[in-house]
Design a protein around this ligand. Sequence first.
Ligand code: SAM
Length: 391
Amino acid sequence: MALYGAAATVLSGLEAHQGSLKTLVYGSRFQNVRQLYALVCQTQRYSAVLDAVIRSAKLLEAEKKLKPHLAKVKRCVSRNEDLLESSPGAAQVIQLPRFVRVNTLKTCLDDTIDYFKREGYSYQGCASGLDELRALEGKRFFLDPLLPELLVFPSGTDLHKHPLYQAGHLILQDKASCLPAMLLAPPPGSHVIDACAAPGNKTSHLAALLKNQGKIFAFDLDAGRLAAMATLLTRAGVSCCEIANEDFLSISPSNPRYSRVQYILLDPSCSGSGMVSRQLEEPGAVSPSQERLHALAGFQRRALSHALSFPALQRLVYSTCSVCQEENEDVVQDILQQKLGPFRLVDALPLWPQRGLSTFPGAEHCIRASPEATLTGGFFVAVLERVDEKR
Ligand code: SAM
């Protein structure tokens, strides 16, 4: 019972904006932090469903002493699946598969598949489409139909303790967040800037595409995140990356060190409104205020125009894990209108089903991602390429 009480207190604290999920869980003094964290996350995740069940069962009227959060927590630990099937809110909860990127700096796809087969998993080959991925369950896994070296396991598969993950052979990365490096596609030997790099999942992907040949200049303002990134890159066998705790906006495009940089990945700070986990931690992140969006978009514009001023730049990928137009289409449109150079928007991955919002001509060349349409977190990607003026 102490667990339910602690979880209900954390949920009330979250609603009253008394702190982040982590702060409130650790501050609760409940001993089994993992258990408490898991229960609160699950309750948040199924919040809409639980509310509907509690309302329809008239639970609060029947049990006067029960506070709403306690009611939710208690319902949650029975069987979430049953609640989903019977509830009118069911459509709102989408279980995302566990995507696993095979780190080709350390292993290869075939060896990884064999390893899982030896562990009793059944390999289903390349999935034909999203419906097959939606229906995935048990010890079965697919190869993703659009992204190479991306394996797809059933939702809830926890591989954090798996020996291949611990050895850096696997990177646990949402499919949408694999798009930026894949679309930048720097060839081995090239020089790349990862402008806002920490904690480094996309950097490690870039290094794999470079086959560790060439150079990645990775910048981030946050020393703590960079420390985590150094660990991640070491584990992933990345040897072509120079990490710097610097403001990307202060990096001089005319510095000869960057004279060969033809590729830039810009994944700047954003509202995180597309991130399922962020939504659980900060309910307000789903709909950030206009002030916050304005401030974020200001930085995103500055960073994007700065990136476009690197003299040798050929291709740039701009990405966010936000679903807000202000941080996505609006930023790209603004930069294109400023005509900062001969750059055009590339029609990125035409087979990708969800496109940029039609807010300006060509916006559909951008990619959007969402749990509903692509079975991923919410995401946005735009690819800009220098137009060859000699043609
Ligand atoms: N690309 C990273 C990855 O895939 O793991 C995630 C990057 S995260 C969305 C944005 C990062 O930008 C944060 O780590 C933040 O510290 C960093 N950042 C914010 N402002 C910056 C600036 N002016 N220069 C460099 N990094 C910055």
